[in-house]
Design a protein around this ligand. Structure first.
Ligand code: SF4
Length: 440
């Protein structure tokens, strides 16, 4: 029996894409291997959001080529994902040991690519068709109680720093009825939490009925047996009061919203082409908190964007300290090919950007510690993920507001089940808890 391994870099979208690739391979009778170097077919499902991505992929391809030459495995190596879309055709021509390339819009062509390689060809499929092929029945999802479902492919926004519109193509929403059916199927097969995915998820429009994200959440939230529905990533400029009201009212929607602000400086936001000002972002936060009082906000921030001054960065720190995000993902600016910002003057040195990032993380860490400490004494419901660290008795789960909780296991506890835990301690990045006393 032939085997495969899909190595995944990057975001949740890529995790789901890897499951889609694995689904095509399993439909051909291949079974998972423990490591790429032991597999007949090894796929690298790559991310190109950061500058070093291509170097990392080249180094990994070198290792697989070496393994192929010395042991005959992997027999076939495929480059998939965003680096495949961005650089694949060039890499295919110049990289020994690489057999085929597939962009994220061409996952359905994996079977064709394998047939071509078996016939002795090297092939590449990139670009995007008029519709995105997404076969919900052909996804190797495993047994996790947490699952991902794509709502929107691609992005139309063209923020000046971002490569996603080039690697994932134009925005294309999937029909509401298909999404609800997919969620129902997942819940029937053990899912308790579903995370809906899209680069600008609140721009969702059902191509058949015009339904919005609010209407879709109402429909998905009504699926019996579902514990929680999450959705990422929301763009600040697409929230309307109507949508906020629908999110607040929809059943089972997690109290966690990921809404990147990227910078607190209006001058930088303008150069990023984000489509909102600092005041508009803060007004949105106020409206979200008024409608959903227990909401936990998380965000993305880029520091060291070209031309960012110390005053611009101070404005970013101000927003972070005013909003008090539950989670913050900070990155130094990384110039990406084809994006306008890669050509902008005023590059901030690596050391300066790194130093700003450290200041931002220090502030955020203090905020998170305070927010987490305020939860001590509360009892929360969790979806249990399993053992936190191999070899320990500590287990881990997540609450509907996406907080990680570590707790000592008790007899009979199982991954994928719901559990109630009383919070007894806090760190900036996790909560500690115990099983409540029966009377609690
Ligand atoms: S909205 Fe998000 S994915 Fe789209 S271009 Fe901007 S940063 Fe990139």
């Amino acid at each position: 029996m032939r085997t495969y391994f899909v190595e995944t870099w990057g975001c949740q979208m890529n995790v789901l894409d890897s499951q889609r690739l694995a689904g095509v391979l399993e439909a051909r009778g291949l079974r998972p291997a423990a490591r790429p170097e032991e597999a007949d077919v090894a796929l690298l499902n790559t991310c190109s959001v950061r500058e070093k991505a291509v170097q990392k992929v080249l180094s990994r391809l070198g290792e697989l080529k070496h393994a192929k030459q010395s042991s005959g495995k992997p027999r076939v190596v495929g480059l998939c994902g965003c680096v495949g879309e961005q650089e694949g055709t060039t890499l295919l021509a110049r990289t020994a040991g690489l057999d085929f390339v597939l962009g994220p819009g061409r996952i359905a062509q994996l079977a064709w690519a394998l047939d071509a390689v078996d016939a002795g060809e090297k092939v590449s499929a990139t670009g995007f068709g008029p519709t995105q092929d997404y076969d919900a029945h052909l996804i190797a999802r495993g047994t996790s109680a947490r699952q991902y479902v794509t709502l929107i492919h691609g992005c139309n926004q063209h923020c000046t720093f971002c490569i996603v519109p080039y690697t994932r193509g134009r925005e294309a929403s999937r029909p509401l009825v298909e999404i609800v059916r997919e969620v129902e199927h997942l819940v029937e097969h053990g899912a308790r939490e579903v995370t809906l995915l899209g680069q600008t998820i609140n721009a969702y429009r059902c191509p058949k009925t015009g339904a919005t994200l609010g209407e879709l959440l109402a429909a998905v939230g009504g699926v019996p047996g579902l514990w929680c529905v999450q959705f990422v990533t929301s763009h600040p400029k697409f929230f309307t009061d109507n949508m906020i009201g629908s999110i607040a009212q929809a059943a089972r929607v997690g109290s966690y919203l990921h809404v990147p602000f990227q910078s607190g400086s209006d001058a930088v936001l303008k150069r990023m082409h984000r489509g909102y000002s600092r005041a508009e972002y803060l007004d949105l936060v106020a409206r979200l908190r008024a409608a959903i009082p227990d909401v936990t906000l998380s965000t993305d921030v880029i520091v060291g964007f070209p031309g960012e001054t110390e005053d611009d960065f101070a404005a970013t720190l101000d927003v972070a300290s005013e909003v008090r995000f539950g989670q913050l993902y900070g990155f130094s600016f990384s110039p990406r090919p084809r994006t306008p910002a890669a050509r902008y003057p005023g590059r901030v040195s690596r050391s300066e950007a790194g130093e700003r990032l450290e200041r931002l993380f220090a502030l955020q860490s203090a905020v998170q510690l305070e927010l987490n400490q305020a939860l001590i004494g509360n009892t929360v419901e969790l979806l249990v993920d399993g053992v936190a660290r191999r070899g320990t008795e500590s287990w881990q789960g997540r609450s509907p507001d996406n907080r990680v909780v570590n707790f000592p296991a008790w007899k009979g506890i199982r991954a994928g089940e719901l559990a109630r835990v009383t919070i007894t301690g806090a760190t900036p990045h996790a909560l500690l808890g115990v099983r409540p006393e029966p009377s609690d």
